[in-house]
Write a protein that binds this ligand. Structure first.
Ligand SMILES: O=C1O[C@H](COP(=O)(O)O)[C@@H](O)[C@H](O)[C@H]1O
Length: 246
């Protein structure tokens, strides 16, 4: 059941397993609709650990329901490390999804975390502009949220939140003392569908802040995600939702 809290649609599921299954069902439905309408499905995935189960489901049980030949896979963000590094978002998606699903390698467009970050961001932006012939309109972006409210690699109070022109940028994350590559809000908010998958009690304070009208959005960047002409849905587990008002 979908609820609306302060204008944001949210579904609360018993646990990560149930939330991941629901996200997989929605993924299949959106992929079908996109391919029917546009003959392709342009997808951006996040990293971290929460979506591991979802990607594993997509690569196994749900795989035969997805037309992988018409699916183009991009990344919402990447750590500035080689693709085989433990920290790499590409590596996580490879282990869970790409190693299982029959997606053509030419349809997999990773951010090059091993390169000079500014060059890698500029190259990814050029790739997006060429693929979408201008401003990207992803069919679906799957996002996560850190306990500090960051999403993709858009961190609290980062200058990256003010970027209005670029589609992809390299950004220094003070708390991690590291560079990251990320889609900007300009790219994210032009998507046709954005789904957040969030689980765990450690995310509960940040989730409450997203759904609280009064919190400063710059302190919780996930709150700045609001597709201008698209659908937003939060798929969360009960632990993450535990501090939301009734
Ligand atoms: O650093 C990152 O964290 C977020 C959240 O990850 P999670 O494991 O706490 O869900 C993730 O969405 C992002 O892609 C990643 O680079």
């Amino acid at each position: 059941m979908t609820w609306k809290m302060n204008g944001r649609p949210i579904e609360i599921h018993p646990d990560l397993q149930a939330a991941s299954r629901r996200a997989a069902e929605l993924f299949v439905e959106i992929a079908r609709q996109s391919i029917k309408r546009d003959e392709r499905f342009d997808l951006a995935l996040s990293g971290g650990s929460t979506p591991r189960l979802l990607y594993t489901l997509l690569g196994s049980e749900f795989s035969s329901e997805i037309d992988w030949n018409r699916t183009h896979l991009f990344w919402a963000d990447e750590r500035c490390v080689p693709p085989d590094d433990e920290e790499s978002n590409y590596r996580m998606v490879h282990e869970t999804l790409l190693a299982r699903a029959p997606i053509p390698i030419s349809n997999v467009h990773r951010m090059r975390g091993e390169e000079d970050p500014n060059r890698a961001a500029a190259e990814y932006e050029a790739l997006l502009r060429a693929h979408f012939r201008g401003l990207p309109r992803f069919s679906l972006i799957l996002l996560g949220m850190g306990a500090d409210g960051h999403t993709a690699s858009l961190f609290p109070y980062s200058p990256a939140l003010d970027e209005r022109e670029r589609l992809t940028i390299a950004t220094y994350v003070e708390k991690l003392k590291a560079m990251r590559l990320t889609l900007t809000l300009r790219s994210i908010n032009n998507a046709a569908h954005v789904i957040f998958l969030v689980a765990g009690a450690e995310k509960a304070p940040a989730l409450r802040a997203v759904f609280d009208e009064k919190t400063d959005a710059r302190s919780i960047p996930a709150k700045l995600v609001a597709p201008t002409d698209g659908d937003l849905l939060w798929v969360v587990d009960r632990a993450a939702a535990s501090l939301l008002a009734e």
